[in-house]
Design a protein around this ligand. Sequence first.
Ligand code: FES
Length: 65
Amino acid sequence: MARLVKKEAKGPMEIKPSDKPAWICMCGLSKNQPFCDGSHIKTKSEEDDKTYTYDEQGNRHEVKE
Ligand code: FES
């Protein structure tokens, strides 16, 4: 599976060290970047051989080649 994610930031974001663990979003769907907000649950049913985009409402669309 793959996911096309639109990124608009043009620079890095500082994350300050903390005593608590921080979960960084790796799926690209979190609305609280760079942190995970649980949105990755939407990726659980993605098929391995397909590519997807997600719209602003979080609806999944398969990319047709
Ligand atoms: S890994 Fe992206 S929302 Fe959790």
